[in-house]
Ligand binder design. Structure first.
Ligand code: PBG
Length: 322
């Protein structure tokens, strides 16, 4: 075997997996009412953007050849309420952010939006609460996700991405979009999303704390379950998902490989905030070469079967790969 490993050109020729800038999507945060971009301490190099700095970042990413962004909006703290109404407002922060990115980058960027509500609810859960106040009311949440998706589509989003893990969310969003005249807006389903401790830095990024020390174990998948992901993915594809996602990515490569084998639609993987933060923290201490590890992580995620990798390393890797 070593004959084919002798030179860089030989290794390049026989490489089974190729990471390209075309595979990458950058998650971006934009906050309503912010005067200047605010660094997120647990995600070095990532910011809560103003609409102005979002525009600049979108132009920079497009210039680097990154094909897509995934937008997360933060309302003004005083606009959070029990139903997350700022998240379904057609004049809300996400629709305005979509318009800003489109203005800055035109069609050079695929604009994806998160249509979950946890950034907008005052209790931090991904939907409205039931009468007990302890659990999310699945069916009461569905029309709100559809309304959020329609508001993003109306602003020009190409793809809406529901990360809430409610049953039936893809069908509800598809019918909401079609009914509002947005039949061409695609859905990236967070099909296999696990209740992961690796989302810690993200919750700092979006200023979300779950009331009463709660968690999302009642709606997100149990990390101990592998086969269950196949069930979730099949349901989402049947409900009309155009693409499906596995999240987190690196700790769930087995799930990713299963999903790749099971479906023909595009498969995305979300290299999440904790996966990024661990590399950055170790690199800051000089314990490893952060960029090299980032490339190895994304290579592994592609090797396991992802077509699209959502990663906070998108810009850094785009620079490395160009
Ligand atoms: C929920 C959401 C989360 C992430 C994306 N969408 C957090 C959660 O489910 O608690 C995490 C992404 C990351 O860690 O990078 N709307």
């Amino acid at each position: 075997m070593r004959r084919l490993r002798r030179t860089p050109a030989l290794r390049r020729l026989v490489a089974e997996t190729r990471v390209s800038v075309d595979d990458l999507v950058a998650p971006l945060f934009v906050a309503d009412g912010l005067d200047e971009p605010r660094p997120i301490p647990s995600l070095p190099g990532v910011f809560q953007h103003t609409l102005g700095s979002l525009r600049d970042e979108a132009a920079r990413l497009a210039g680097l050849g990154v094909p897509g962004v995934l937008l997360f909006g933060l309302p003004r703290p005083e606009d959070k309420d029990a139903t997350g109404s700022a998240g379904t407002d057609p004049q809300g922060i996400v629709p305005r952010a979509v318009a800003a990115v489109r203005d800055a980058a035109g069609d050079r960027l695929v604009v994806m939006t998160d249509c979950c509500l946890d950034e907008f609810t005052d209790h931090g859960h991904c939907g409205v609460l039931d009468a007990t106040g302890a659990d999310v009311d699945n069916d009461a949440t569905l029309p709100l996700y559809a309304a959020a998706a329609v508001s993003h589509a109306a602003a020009g989003a190409d793809i809406v991405a529901p990360s809430g893990m409610m049953d039936g969310q893809v069908a509800a969003i598809r019918s909401g979009l079609d009914g509002a005249g947005f039949a061409t807006t695609a859905i990236l389903a967070y099909a296999a999303k696990y209740a992961s401790a690796l989302y810690g830095p993200f919750r700092d990024a979006v200023d979300v704390t779950i009331a009463g020390g709660g968690d999302r174990c009642g709606y997100q998948q149990d990390p101990r379950n592998r086969r269950e992901a196949a069930v979730e993915v099949a349901l989402d594809v049947a409900e009309g998902a155009d693409m499906v996602m596995v999240k987190p990515a690196l700790s769930y490569l087995d799930v990713l490989a299963d999903v790749r084998a099971a479906v023909e639609v595009s498969v995305a993987a979300y290299h999440v905030s904790g996966e990024y933060a661990m590399v950055k923290a170790a690199a800051e201490r000089g314990w490893l070469d952060g960029t090299a590890v980032a490339l190895e992580h994304v290579t592994a995620i592609k090797r396991a079967g992802a077509d699209v990798v959502i990663t906070y390393f998108a810009a850094e890797l785009a620079e490395l790969l160009s």
